[in-house]
Ligand binder design. Structure first.
Ligand code: NAG
Ligand code: NAG
Length: 493
């Protein structure tokens, strides 16, 4: 009896304390990795320690995630490639997870035939009401959807995309921007840009005129559903009926699905009387509705919803970060761009000016919208030689390809934290700049994204001046959001 009491009162807490210390990496001698495996992520909180479970999980999914991982990478020994082992419980067979900010290792992973979308994304299927979507699926389901939809983004259609971007931009200028300019008021940059990109993608990709009300509902539903489903709490996954957050998220996902159905209905109604050869084949909606390889409309709705989700805020934030950085720092390239376009009567030529492209590229480097990149599982062992360092990565592990620290890796960029468009005139390397990722699963929508970025920013930089009247803050949740940056526009002509 006494023994039992002793064990209850003394041993149990002792075990708990040791377990906590060990899990937090404070009692290092218990666990040393083999020399060739990447080191554990260094702790930011405790000098000379490794980051434990809690710190690692916060580092990977917290609102400051990109910055935390970047700080961790900076603590790696000089000359070692930017890759660390993350200590967190996960479902991969090896139980190992890695954060990767070295572009060569990232390329090995992204282009490996043994690489798959990660089990980490399992929750994302709930976002599309339990149906797999083009973002999460592997194998045939992914292949037929991707192959069939790809022509919608071919550069043949770039003229149409640019025209739609220009029209919606003009509408935004007439109804919103000029009012702010006349009244001398500031606006929230990312909020306005989200509305603009939603209007563009719903027409360019889905031939659907989205109302303001639908846009508000869409962003709200997406936020509610994504919060619960993008990186899913294991308890939520096991006992979904227990948690009101999951009920709310499911309801929100149903609303997203309903929008996708309205888009399909609208498309079918408009094209009802057309013969097959008259169908337009250059929009995502046409490629999805007319693809016979989907087994049902629920699968189609899943792909439509995921395209809407992935296709608007990433672009909106890239435009926003560009505006913020350009008008905060006023680089020489802005003046140069304005001088050049003064001689260009045709606005369509503005977007191709080199200085504009440098300014955009540099904003997407310092603030990549997809800051934590993408997650992959790789079924084979990877060995990589980096100078003198040999790196071995065990098979069946999870890889977080983290773009934010990669784009600030001093191996590729001098003064990496500085917004300096001129670096692209004579770059140290081009290969580390992969904002749309690479490999067969890179960003399928990059032609549309580039059309939006260059059309919107060329006109705004040419015809308006912006004053950053309120400094906001970056917040990470699946994308790197510029929150509460307020800008006051002045019309130049
Ligand atoms: C649809 O599936 C059939 C049979 O599996 C295949 O032959 C065809 O190529 C697929 N179409 C697309 C676009 O993948
Ligand atoms: C914007 O305003 C201009 C000038 O008032 C007008 O010519 C143009 O048609 C308007 N465009 C849109 C899309 O509202």
């Amino acid at each position: 009896m006494l023994l039992l009491l002793i064990s209850l009162f003394f041993v149990a807490p002792l075990v708990a304390v040791v377990a906590l210390l060990w899990s937090e990496g404070i009692m290092l001698p218990f666990e040393k990795k083999k020399a060739e495996y990447p080191p554990f992520m260094p702790s930011i909180k405790y000098p000379n320690q490794i980051a434990g479970w809690i710190e690692t999980i916060v580092a990977l999914i917290g609102t400051r995630a990109p910055f935390v991982v970047y700080e961790g990478m900076k603590k790696l020994p000089q000359g070692y490639p930017w890759i660390v082992t993350g200590k967190f419980p996960n479902k991969s067979p090896s139980g190992c997870g890695y954060a990767v900010a070295d572009v060569h290792i990232a390329k090995e992973i992204l282009t490996s035939p043994h690489s798959r979308k990660s089990v980490m994304y399992d929750g994302v299927d709930f976002l599309t009401c339990g149906f797999q979507n083009i973002f999460t699926a592997n194998g045939h389901r992914w292949r037929h959807a991707r192959k069939f939809v790809a022509p919608a983004f071919s550069s043949n259609h770039i003229k149409r995309m640019n025209r739609i971007c220009a029209e919606h931009l003009e509408h935004f200028i007439n109804t919103t921007l000029d009012k702010y300019a006349e009244e001398g008021k500031a606006f929230d940059v990312s909020e306005e840009m989200v509305t603009l990109t939603l209007a563009i993608i719903s027409e360019a990709a889905f031939e659907y005129p989205m109302s303001r009300k639908e846009m508000r509902e869409f962003t709200h539903n997406l936020e509610v559903a994504a919060k619960t489903f993008v990186i899913m709490n294991p308890l939520h996954q096991k006992f979904p009926w227990l948690f009101p957050a999951v009920w709310r998220a499911r309801h929100a996902a149903k609303n997203l699905q309903a929008l996708a159905y309205r888009m399909m209905d609208n498309y079918r109604a408009v094209h009802k009387d057309k013969k097959e050869h008259e169908f337009r084949d250059d929009t995502i909606i046409s490629r999805i509705v007319n693809n016979p390889n989907y087994t049902c409309d629920d699968e189609r709705a899943a792909d439509i919803a995921i395209f809407m989700a992935a296709g608007h805020d990433t672009t909106a934030y890239s435009i926003s970060w560009s505006l913020i950085e350009i008008f905060r720092t006023r680089p020489a390239e802005l003046t140069e761009f304005r001088n050049k376009i003064a001689e260009m009567p045709d606005r369509d030529d503005w977007r191709r000016v080199t200085e504009l492209q440098y300014m955009i590229k540099e904003a997407m480097r310092v603030y990549p919208a997809l800051a934590m990149g993408t997650v992959r599982d790789v079924g084979v062992e990877i060995t990589y030689q980096h100078g003198k360092e040999k790196v071995v990565l065990p098979k069946d592990s999870i890889y977080f390809i983290n773009l934010f620290p990669m784009f600030r890796n001093p191996e590729y960029y001098d003064d990496p934290d500085e917004y300096r468009p001129s670096r692209w005139a004579n770059p140290k390397t081009e290969e580390a700049h992969i904002p749309f990722s690479i490999g067969s699963r890179n960003c399928i929508g990059q032609t549309l994204a580039n059309a939006e970025l260059s059309t919107v920013l060329s006109v705004l930089c040419a015809r308006y001046d912006f004053e950053l009247v309120q400094e906001g803050y970056p917040e990470f949740f699946s994308t790197l959001t510029p929150c509460k940056y307020m800008m006051k526009p002045t019309k130049l002509f």
